[in-house]
Write a protein that binds this ligand. Structure first.
Ligand SMILES: Nc1nc2c(ncn2[C@@H]2O[C@H](COP(=O)(O)OP(=O)(O)OP(=O)(O)O)[C@@H](O)[C@H]2O)c(=O)[nH]1
Ligand SMILES: [Mg+2]
Length: 311
């Protein structure tokens, strides 16, 4: 994805993260107003960061970096917020990476996975629109055959985004994937986005289904899927870690999209995910609209999370 920032996007990021940043700025004011930055207040800061879903390990690391900084005697909550934003940005920066498309692949195959309801189908719609906006041709494939409504939902998103749509006639997601990659290749399509079911009867079924989809894709193109995108829902907080682990055990996840940051006070989870998973975060979702997905920028996110305006 492009790293350009359309006018108003930063303001919308700030608004989207308001629930998360509100908790953090309120906490900082409570802890540091009329009090020194010392061992006791930094312990309270660490607790605040855990409450804000940054997770114990990441919170401890951040508290330690704040402890080792030198602040002037009259430093207040806003000085801590500034320092915190810089430390959070440093954690995020190595993991903030746009989703790069190999234009020669034709199609570059993106397999989209995640538990049910995290926002896979919506994210595919948003991604398709964004990629088409950059001049790529895009096809989406309805690999979630578990629910009939899922196919229709994806068809509507494809139409909205101006993407090709492939649903196949089979109830077998691997057959849909095979037909879709074959069709996309014949048409010279740049990107194929494949939706998958988040819910199956159990984990073994889900793993078998993903395995089969990948095996079948590889018959047509050994390098496919070029990207396996895990969609995580920020409102699930620290549970997102467990989801990420489950999917990493099942398949080779190459990157993340974190959704629903707008509806969540748990935006801090993005920091702990970046810190602990070591996977690229390609984009974040801050709304249900087609424009509500943007590349993930470490500094912008960090400053918005602690309630500071962009630099
Ligand atoms: N507020 C908000 N809502 C979102 C975002 N992304 C997705 N949603 C909503 O979350 C709900 C579930 O999204 P889907 O895209 O259907 O999720 P899914 O992962 O495809 O779900 P299954 O197909 O059931 O596995 C929908 O109501 C979406 O509009 C986001 O970034 N912000
Ligand atoms: Mg879906």
């Amino acid at each position: 994805m492009s790293a350009d920032k359309p006018a108003g996007w930063l303001a919308r990021l700030g608004t989207g993260l308001r629930k998360s940043s509100g908790a953090i700025t309120g906490g900082l004011a409570r802890i540091f107003t009329h009090r020194r930055i010392d061992a006791a207040t930094i312990d309270e800061l660490e607790d605040l960061l855990i409450t804000a879903d940054l997770g114990p390990a990441t919170a401890a690391k951040l508290a330690e970096s704040i402890r080792s900084r030198r602040f002037p005697g009259d430093a207040d909550a806003s000085a801590v917020a500034d320092a915190l934003a810089a430390e959070i940005a440093a954690i995020l920066a190595p993991h903030a990476r746009p989703l790069e498309i190999d234009a020669r692949a034709k199609p570059h195959v993106v397999l989209v996975v995640g538990v049910n309801g995290t926002g896979k189908t919506t994210t595919i719609g948003k991604l398709a629109a964004e990629m088409i906006g950059r001049g790529h041709s895009v096809m989406v494939a309805a690999g979630d055959t578990f629910r009939a409504a899922a196919i229709e939902q994806l068809r509507i998103w494809a139409e909205r985004a101006g993407a090709g749509f492939h649903s196949g006639t089979s109830r077998d997601p691997a057959a849909v994937a095979f037909d879709a990659i074959t069709a996309a290749r014949a048409a010279g399509t740049d990107v194929l986005l494949i939706d998958t079911a988040g819910r199956l009867h159990n984990k073994a079924d889900l793993m078998a289904e993903l395995d089969k989809i990948i095996r079948v894709l590889k018959k047509v193109e050994p390098a496919a899927p070029h990207t396996t995108l895990l969609v995580l829902d920020a409102t699930t907080g620290q549970n997102a870690h467990a989801q990420a682990q489950t999917f990493r055990d099942m398949t080779k996840v190459t990157g993340l999209v974190v959704t629903k940051l707008d509806g969540s006070a748990r935006g801090g989870v993005v920091v702990s995910l970046a810190d602990r998973l070591g996977l690229p975060i390609h984009a974040i979702g801050i709304g249900e609209g087609i424009d509500d997905l943007r590349p993930f920028s470490a500094e912008d996110f960090a400053r918005s999370l602690v309630g500071l305006p962009p630099n």
